[in-house]
Design a protein around this ligand. Structure first.
Ligand code: NAD
Length: 416
């Protein structure tokens, strides 16, 4: 396998066996395979001449609520058009508005002078793995295949069947496959928005939202069950914050105003502010105004068990706390410290111990595996005499909450 990327530093790291991503099993794999025939990394597109199948996964960010910034995609297609050779199959995986593969990608590829369907194959197979679980899901998630023509779809389906042995879902067209990805993320974002609002209403009634969700999810509906996802400090990362907007924008361009997408986005974007409010309320109960308080934030990434800070909802919480005058310390064992400093304007502490010393509040905004080993009795001794724990994404079980309270912590979660 050959990996081509325009980021020379990334290529150098990968070629040297170093993996900068916090992804279960990946660093070991990169370190074992780098430099062998099984995995070469390069910035040279010419290396693709040796490939029978080319998979494109460049970034597809948006601006202005859903306008695709297609620079990376264009760049990749233009380079590919210079290096395409007859017989190759091109599989695009980057998330795009429906129609992009046919309208943008195909004409750029055909600048090569080669003809799609005759000289090369073209398929869209959306990337649906989630960060943190990617390798596990790779071996189990069905792959969605949409081809420019039947032969392209057949070739892509056969490739994935042989490479991964997973179920293949054949779609009628490139556009169907493109829309599948958007539908997945629209559903997830919408579902989380409902979970977040459910959490907020549960808080007003004084019930634990996790109890409600567990019981509510017990009935069958359609081909599965009711499946309310989990509320949290907010939705971040590079997918859920952009993909629903892509659908919204392309519907708008066709004269259709979608209303659920802006509503869900607004709810989810409001969760950091809500979490900030919980911290301020809990501090007030301890007799402290934000400007008299020290808040230690544990977990900075946009979700548990990743080091990814892209669009992390922890950023607006931390910004609001600092604006309110609180002393804020940060710690996350999975994020890159330089990246964190860029994102938060504050360098994270190297250890939990350093971050939590004399804190009036522990804001647990991402709950990574290494945190599970924390000894709560030890933690109690490090913090201020009165200290609140705000659970933004840890989902502590009842026993842990009881233990925290027994030790003298105040506890508050999202909808708990
Ligand atoms: N990150 C995820 O978990 C995830 C999940 C599902 C789908 N996706 C989708 O997959 C795509 C990639 O996401 P990502 O998070 O990996 O993006 P990313 O921005 O982290 O990575 C994109 C990579 O493409 C490289 N690149 C840019 N232009 C290039 C070019 N012309 N030639 C070669 N390499 C080039 C960049 O240097 C970078 O390493 C996006 O469309 C995203 O929506 C991502």
């Amino acid at each position: 396998m050959i990996g081509v990327d325009t980021d020379a530093t990334l290529v150098e790291e990968l070629a040297g066996g170093h993996c900068r991503f916090s992804e279960a099993g990946l660093p070991e794999l990169v370190s074992r395979l780098a430099g062998t025939a099984a995995f070469q990394a390069t910035t040279e597109y010419a290396a693709l001449a040796a490939a029978d199948v080319v998979i494109v996964t460049v970034g597809t960010p948006i601006r202005d609520q859903g306008v695709l910034m297609d620079l990376q995609l264009r760049g990749a297609c233009e380079e590919l058009s210079r290096h395409l050779r007859p017989g190759q199959l091109l599989i695009f995986k980057s998330t795009v508005p429906a129609g992009m593969t046919r309208e943008l990608v195909l004409p750029l590829l055909e600048r090569s002078g080669l003809t799609c369907g005759t000289d090369f194959g073209l398929a869209f197979c959306p990337e649906r793995l989630s960060e943190g679980n990617a390798l596990r899901e790779l071996r189990s998630f069905p792959i969605v295949v949409g081809g420019w023509c039947d032969e392209s779809a057949d070739a892509a389906a056969e490739f994935w069947r042989r490479a991964l042995g997973v179920e293949i879902i054949r779609c009628a067209s490139l556009e169907t496959a493109e829309m599948v990805k958007l539908a997945d993320n629209w559903w997830i974002d919408h579902n989380i928005a409902m979970a977040n609002e459910l959490a907020m209403v549960c808080a007003t009634v004084g019930v634990d939202v996790l109890d409600v969700i567990a019981a509510a999810n017990s009935i069958k509906k359609g081909s599965g069950s009711v499946n309310i996802l989990l509320p949290s400090v907010g939705v971040g990362g590079s997918c859920l914050t952009k993909d629903p907007w892509m659908v919204w924008r392309s519907a708008g361009e066709r004269g259709l105003a979608l209303r659920t997408i802006p509503a869900a986005r607004e709810v989810n974007d409001g969760m950091p502010r809500y979490t900030f409010g919980l911290i301020v309320e809990e501090l007030a109960k301890l007799g402290r105004a934000p400007e008299q308080a020290k808040v230690a934030v544990l977990g900075l990434a946009f979700k548990n068990d990743t080091g990814d800070l892209r669009a992390t909802p922890t950023q607006p919480v931390i910004a609001a706390l600092r604006e309110a005058g609180a002393e804020v310390t940060l710690h996350d064992p999975l994020v890159d410290e330089d990246e964190a400093e860029k994102t938060f304007g504050l360098r994270p502490c190297a250890s939990v111990e350093e971050a939590v010393r004399d804190a009036d509040c522990l804001a647990v905004l991402a709950w990574h595996r290494p945190f599970r080993d924390l000894d709560l009795t030890w933690l109690r001794r490090q913090v201020a005499p009165s200290c609140a724990v705000i659970d933004g994404r840890a989902y502590y079980p009842r026993e842990t909450i009881a233990r925290l309270r027994e030790l003298g912590f105040a506890y508050r979660g999202i909808g708990r």
